[in-house]
Design a protein around this ligand. Structure first.
Ligand code: HEM
Length: 441
């Protein structure tokens, strides 16, 4: 449109005057005035009382442009910014021209069951949609059928032996390392290999290589009962599983190791619970006993609370109909997210929210708020994480294996304060290496 205006004005003025430079200057000025007027009218509308989200408070720059939040994502501090915005403006905050953040725990279930994924999920053009980038609710439901089968109790049982083998491989590697290791890096390679085994026949060998190499193998394409997937769709799904299941688990595990290493009492508590449950070899720990250990489970839940892998909360959208969420009517075309990090670190939901205190998840609990309604690290509704049982098992298996094998401490020159301060959230967490000294038990 802008180039059409430019060309039109250029042609008109040139025909009239015969002076090309003059015509080009007039055209540029006209186009600038047009673009300026367009932006000014858009800005005026977004700030006006006629905008559908006018009643929601928020910073003026956020109401004007999506760039406001993008800058905080680029800086890696969106999780903290959202926390600050909710403290300033309350439960419902306008964080973009058509975007709301809501930290009221009662809103989580209605938002995630009634609304679905925003076009944001489709991101850059790609050859085929993965399950998570399928934004049509019906198409997603059809594709989910095949996935539910792949994640059935029987399929997960088969997969557990390969997770166990990968964990044994990691323990062997760690046992050969001298004293201090970057445990965050080894956890991340372990998670990639575990997910590679699950998604691709054969899997990756990043632990063997000692670095993040990638190998693409044949895609498993068993979709009986669901819609048949094209080769590209199956490949997109398998690649997505590696991403969805490795970074999330390795970030939660890194947080768990960080807090358990920092507190000898927590480490001892875990070790004595494991000693009471298992007396055989580490590779023989059975799933059912492992999944029922309350303190191990509490440490895993607490790690997911302290550093939720999906920190900002997955955004949801209502395409063309208004949606009633509590006593709010959300106009069509609005994106809404419930910010996990802000809710999990809110003292109204969890007492002493910035401290790692696994006891809060035990029966006896802590004195003070413990609002599990506010705790949805795996999301809720039709887009809920279908890998949750796998993620919890992987985390418990690795934690139990490492704790039974090694005493963990930080090397003398390792600064925990510096490590904590290095955390940045750019949709995925990024931080310094977690260096840990291992003493074989
Ligand atoms: C601690 C680990 C994990 C956390 C915190 C987590 C969290 C989440 C969240 C919040 C979502 C919703 C995302 C959205 O709608 O934007 C999601 C979706 C998903 N996750 Fe996970 N996840 C974890 C591990 C895994 C693992 C291990 C797998 C695979 C084995 C997995 C597979 C998936 C899949 C396939 C979806 C898309 C589900 C759908 O579209 O129906 N996740 N996860």
């Amino acid at each position: 449109m802008v180039s059409a205006i430019y060309a039109g004005v250029l042609g008109y003025v040139y025909n009239d005057t015969g002076r090309l430079i003059h015509a080009s200057l007039v055209s540029s000025a006209t186009v600038s005035a047009f673009v300026g007027a367009l932006f000014a009218s858009m800005a005026a509308y977004r700030l006006s009382p006629w905008h559908p989200l006018a009643r929601y408070p928020g910073p003026i720059p956020a109401k004007l442009t999506k760039w406001y939040m993008s800058v905080w994502i680029a800086k890696g501090n969106r999780h903290l910014k959202l926390q600050e915005l909710h403290r300033t403006y309350g439960s419902w905050v306008r964080i973009g021209p058509n975007e709301l953040s809501v930290d009221d725990p009662a809103a989580i279930r209605p938002v995630y069951s009634q609304m679905f994924r925003a076009p944001f999920y489709q991101g850059a053009p790609q050859d085929a949609d993965a399950l998570i980038t399928t934004i049509d609710k019906n198409e997603h439901a059809q594709r989910l059928v095949g996935w539910t089968k792949a994640f059935s109790a029987e399929s997960i049982k088969n997969y557990r032996s390969s997770a166990q083998a990968r964990t044994t491989q990691l323990l062997e590697i760690l046992a050969q390392k001298k004293d201090t290791v970057s445990l965050s890096q080894w956890i991340s390679l372990w998670a990639i290999d575990v997910m590679g085994d699950m998604s691709f026949s054969g899997g990756f060998e990043t632990m063997a290589a000692g670095k993040d190499t990638e190998g693409w193998m044949d895609v498993q394409n068993d979709t009986e009962g669901g819609v048949p997937l094209s080769k590209l769709q199956a490949h997109a799904d398998a690649s997505f599983i590696v991403l969805a299941g490795s970074d999330t688990v390795s970030e939660a595990m890194t947080a768990l190791v960080r807090y358990v290493t920092a507190d000898a009492k927590i480490q001892e508590h875990l070790r004595s619970e494991l000693a009471g449950a298992f007396d055989g070899p580490i590779e023989d720990m059975d799933y059912y006993t492992l999944s029922k250990l309350p303190y191990l489970d509490a440490c895993v839940q607490e790690a997911l609370r302290m550093v939720p892998p999906v920190a900002a909360g997955p955004p949801r959208w209502n395409k063309d109909t208004d949606t009633q969420i509590l006593n709010h009517v959300i106009p069509a075309g609005t994106t809404v997210a419930c910010p996990n990090y802000a809710m999990f670190h809110d003292p109204r939901n969890f007492v002493d929210p910035d401290s790692f205190r696994p006891e809060r998840w035990l029966k006896e609990g802590l004195a003070g708020p413990h609002n599990t309604e506010a705790y949805v690290p795996f999301c809720y509704g039709p887009g809920v994480c279908i890998g949750k049982p796998v993620a919890l098992y992987n985390m418990k298996l690795l934690t139990a294996s490492v704790i039974r094998s090694f005493d963990l401490s930080f090397p003398k020159d390792f600064s925990l304060t510096k490590f904590d301060a290095s955390y940045k959230e750019h949709n995925l967490w990024v931080h310094d290496e977690l260096l840990v000294s291992l003493k074989a038990l």
